[in-house]
Design a binder for this molecule. Structure first.
Ligand code: ATP
Ligand code: MG
Length: 358
């Protein structure tokens, strides 16, 4: 809430301009200062300054709501993925106003899922889409426009039979390539205006892990805490945006080999053996819903619903086809996960399997 820009909090453009010169742009920036400091920066009277600070405090205070209100608008707060089995498990789709994380070993399909969700977001409502654009923050240069178009044309062949529709769809997926933690953070901070300008209905961050893991060697003293702080700030901003615009935020994460138990110790990219989601416990608590992708037998892969405030632990089998993510059968086969929290279990990474054998 505090990330909201002052110009979106009912403060006059002239005062916003004046405060910007003192690096006060958001509600949080303003409320970090004393009334005297703000008075000098804004060039207002003390009384006017107090009134402005009160207005800003009221704007960012979480609104009081009831369960009845939330229940009435439940269907507006879910995003249908075009995977009926997954939507059913999730009680209507991926939650809006919250962070959904997709974690799993390399090559398992995290980026494929993100690209497919991007296509679905741009679809008209009568076809199950949101008719909105997408903000896609790509930190791995993994996004492929060719693949996006291939998924669109193969998944929704009737709708994307005309070149015009394909061009329209591709023009609504806004890609930001950000390769450092600082760049990602700056982008997130400036995203509010872009979301308004583009009428975005989905934010994707693919991936949250790659830049922080590159920049913070957690074997060095102090770095684990620093990394935790950076991730905490990112999660707060993403949650604010998700909540403010009532849209889903999807982030991808990597896997890690845990040394010395859950969530502790340095992490290294795992390629076999016991691995779990990367970035530790603090980050895990920041995400509202967590999917784990893992390899199965042959071409089969599995999506585990490992954390959700509304759904039980579940396992769905999928493959990746020309049309992107596909669940087995029409509605997919869902197995309820037996045992303890799947996010605490080892994730199956690719071993030396022969993908040509059935
Ligand atoms: P990383 O952790 O490296 O980012 P990822 O989980 O994001 O990996 P993706 O890039 O989403 O992995 O998936 C790559 C996999 O998608 C390929 O290994 C391949 O199996 C599958 N794939 C990609 N393109 C196609 C296609 N056109 N048809 C079928 N499968 C495809
Ligand atoms: Mg990827």
């Amino acid at each position: 809430m505090g990330s909201r820009l002052l110009k979106r909090a009912g403060i006059s453009p002239k005062t916003c301009e004046q405060l910007k010169r003192h690096n006060i742009e958001s509600c949080k920036d303003l409320l970090k200062h004393t009334a005297f400091e703000v008075m000098h920066a804004a060039g207002l009277s003390y009384q006017k300054t107090l009134e402005m600070m009160e207005t800003v405090s009221k704007v960012i205070a979480p609104p009081l709501t009831t369960a009845l209100e939330l229940w009435k608008h439940y269907s507006d707060s879910r995003f249908l993925t075009s995977l009926p089995a997954l939507d059913k498990v999730l009680r209507g789709g991926i939650p809006c106003g919250a962070i959904t994380e997709v974690t799993g070993p390399f090559g398992c399909g995290k980026t494929q899922l993100c690209m497919m969700l991007s296509v679905v977001t741009t679809l008209p409502k009568e076809l199950g889409g949101l008719d909105r654009s997408v903000i896609y923050i790509d930190t791995e240069s993994a996004f492929s426009a060719e693949r996006l178009v291939e998924i669109a044309q193969n998944r929704f062949p009737d709708y994307f039979s005309s070149r015009e529709k394909v061009v329209q769809m591709a023009g609504r997926v806004h890609i930001f390539r950000e390769m450092t933690c600082q760049d990602v953070f700056r982008r997130l901070e400036k995203l509010e205006e872009i979301l308004i300008a583009t009428k975005a209905g989905l934010i994707i961050l693919d991936s949250v892990a790659s830049v922080v893991r590159k920049e913070f060697d957690t074997t060095l003293p102090g770095n684990l805490l620093l990394r935790s702080n950076v991730l905490g700030e990112e999660a707060t901003t993403l949650k604010y945006l998700a909540h403010q615009f009532n849209i889903p935020v999807v982030v991808t994460n990597q896997i890690t080999t845990q040394i010395g138990g859950q969530g502790s110790g340095p992490d290294t990219e795992g390629d076999s053996g016991i691995v779990t989601a990367a970035l530790g416990n603090t980050w895990a608590h920041s995400v509202n819903t967590r999917f784990i992708l893992q390899y199965g037998d042959g071409h089969q892969r599995q999506l585990l619903v490992a954390k959700s405030p509304v759904a039980p632990f579940a396992v769905l089998n999928y493959t990746i086809q020309k049309e992107g993510f596909c669940m087995n059968g029409n509605d997919g086969e869902v197995t309820l996960y037996e045992g303890t929290d799947p996010s605490l279990q080892a994730i199956r990474v690719r071993t030396l399997i022969n993908l040509d054998t059935p």
